[in-house]
Ligand binder design. Sequence first.
Ligand SMILES: [Zn+2]
Length: 149
Amino acid sequence: MIPRSPVRLRTKTTTKKVIKRGRFKKSELAKLKLKLWGLCREITRKKYGNTCYTCGKGPLTGSSYQTGHFITSSNCSVELRYDLKNLAIQCYNCNINKSGNWVVFEKLLQKEHGFTYVEELKTRNLATKGKTYPISWFEEKIAQYEDLR
Ligand SMILES: [Zn+2]
């Protein structure tokens, strides 16, 4: 309850400021995440073209032209979500219906990059899962990926 006294105005103003600041922070982070994910998609498309990495279907277009995670985005750390090593082009069926088709994904990654490459991703995911990253981490990652595109 806000007391009906001159204090009321001050309380209201303070509350408003806090809410505003909170909103700003949130939208700023959301914007950075969106930008970073956009770069991940762009770089992954350049690297893999428009053929599904896990089933070979292509050329992919529209909603079937997806960027999929080896360690699924619902199960991976923030770091792995935006890690180019964890990403490849996938069709809708492999990415959505087969939840990333990770058994095939893993075999192909191992074949292409070696066993250590895959194990490093898994180990790093476990080590960084649940970790929160500051806005500066997203900014640095964006700058790094902008140089790669
Ligand atoms: Zn596919």
